[in-house]
Design a protein around this ligand. Structure first.
Ligand code: GLU
Length: 485
């Protein structure tokens, strides 16, 4: 046996992949990556009634978008263990089930679904859990492969086990009973299938959330019966809503992972954010710009026991930090993707001007939702359309009237004729001396308004650089003309 780390993410295809599922996948992936191991995507599609069409593709797309890649998955069977879809592995479960029957460790339950329902209802009415504890004798067993098969729990006892995050855990016999391992339709139950698959796939570490702790005695009794060692259990803390008190609900952001893509979150930012929910690398560093960086510092010891809050504000902040980190070309592609059509059809739109404006746009946003909002609010209209504004806005607060601005703008117009527009700094170099001489506000305020038509906008050197020489001169001339007298 090799010591290779093998982890898996094992979603049931019952809908889109939400943020909680992705966090589990990410932890399993990072651990495999850190150890040079394998990450497997296994689809647990044993409950055909609950399956939602398209979810397998959706899960694969979500993970791929995040850069989480799998060694084996629904699209990539393994030469050793075969398919990663449980529905295609029925023969494997059957053969393990038969072995248990032969050993007298499993037995068929021939009662109909209605009979069992009646028993369950009765137990419920009497306020006790419905537990099947029949302990049928070994001689009784034969199984036609077509009826429900129960695992015969060998002993009602307390189990104690080790969890990497929770330490020593223990649970008693209260949840132990002769649980179903194969259903009459030929499909295994989760309790059985995941154990067989983890064994067959060589899984060394299981990452999952705490809802499986109470079933662990069942799993342990099966591991015992199969005479196998169980993988290392790693229980991830729950993801809490923003208040940190309740588990994250759909309303607080447990939405489809791909919606984050639509809203302009970068995969690297979402991974960075999710990694820090329930894992704390220690130290000051919070920003990890690549999965390699994350994987290199990831460790099981630093996974926390208590729930981590889903703080959307933090996600927004991280996304803007990741955006600033991108190269100019990638930033331009990002902004272009979010632009409403009305922008690209604006009278002065050009790709070149947009490329020059990208840093000031990126500076203002955390995601594409905000980009769309700012454009819809007309915040960036001046970029591609001559601004319309009240000439009074050109008046610097210390001036008595707007007239004072006119001669200054006319002087600036003269300077602009020989200005180098190759960078905002170059524009600044050309105008700064004059601004210092006359007064910064006196010159820069009307100039900025002339270029953007706004009380607030980037500084006039940046505006001029973005607009380019011709348009800058035109707008300054227009401003002069607006001031009567
Ligand atoms: N199919 C299970 C689920 O989606 C997987 C649990 C596990 O990771 O073992 O909840």
């Amino acid at each position: 046996m090799s010591n290779k780390v093998v982890t898996r993410f094992a979603p049931s295809p019952t809908g889109f992949l939400h943020i909680g599922g992705v966090r589990t996948a990410l932890f399993a992936y990072l651990w495999a990556k850190k150890n040079g191991g394998q990450f497997i995507l296994r689809i647990e599609d044993t409950d055909k009634k609950r399956e939602v069409a398209g979810s397998i593709e959706q899960i694969m797309r979500s993970l791929s978008w995040l850069g989480i890649s799998w060694e084996y998955g629904p699209d990539k069977p393994s030469p050793d263990f075969g398919s990663c879809l449980q529905s295609e592995r029925l023969a494997t479960y059957k053969s393990y089930a038969e072995r248990l029957v032969e050993k007298g460790l499993a037995y068929p339950d021939t009662r109909s679904a209605e009979e069992l329902d009646a028993l369950r209802d009765k137990a419920q009415a009497e306020g006790r859990p419905f537990l099947v504890r029949e302990h049928r004798p070994k001689e009784f067993e034969t199984w036609d492969g077509q009826s429900t098969l129960r695992f015969k729990v060998s002993e009602l006892k307390r189990y104690t086990w080790h969890d990497v995050v929770r330490g020593q855990l223990s649970a008693g016999e209260e949840a132990l009973d002769d649980f179903i391992i194969m259903k009459a339709d030929g499909f295994p139950t989760y309790n059985f299938a995941h154990i067989i698959d983890d064994l067959e796939m060589g899984v060394t570490h299981i990452f999952r959330t705490d809802e499986f702790i109470s079933s662990t005695p069942k799993f342990l009794s099966l591991y015992e019966a199969l005479e196998i060692k169980h993988p290392i259990f790693t229980t991830l803390p729950p993801i809490m809503g923003p208040d940190g008190k309740k588990k994250l609900s759909k309303r607080d952001g447990a939405k489809d992972t791909l919606d984050y893509a639509k809203d302009g979150y970068l995969p690297s930012a979402l991974c960075n954010f999710l990694a820090l929910i329930g894992w704390n690398p220690g130290g000051e560093q919070e920003l990890f710009f690549t999965e390699d960086e994350l994987a290199s510092v990831f460790s099981l010891e630093k996974i926390q026991r208590s729930g981590g809050a889903f703080n959307e504000e933090k996600l927004r902040w991280m996304n803007s930090e990741h955006l600033k980190q991108l190269g100019r070309e990638a930033q331009t592609a990002y902004v272009t993707k979010g632009l409403p059509d009305s922008v690209t059809t604006a009278p002065q739109y050009s790709d070149e001007r947009l490329a020059r404006a990208v840093p000031v746009i990126i500076e203002r946003i955390h995601n594409l939702v905000e980009l769309r909002e700012l454009f819809a609010a007309g915040e960036f209209d001046w970029l591609f359309k001559e601004p319309s504004y009240d000439p009074e806005l050109l008046k610097w607060k210390n001036d008595d009237s707007v007239h004072a601005a006119k001669s200054r703008l006319q002087h600036v117009l003269g300077l602009l004729e020989t200005t180098d527009f190759s960078s905002p700094e170059a524009v600044k170099n050309a105008l700064w001396g004059y601004a210092e001489e006359i007064g910064r506000g006196e010159v820069l305020w009307p100039l900025r308004v002339a270029l953007s038509g706004k009380e607030r906008s980037p500084d006039p050197f940046m505006c001029a650089y973005i607009l380019g020489p011709e348009e800058t001169q035109k707008r300054v001339a227009t401003a002069c003309a607006k001031i009567a007298g």
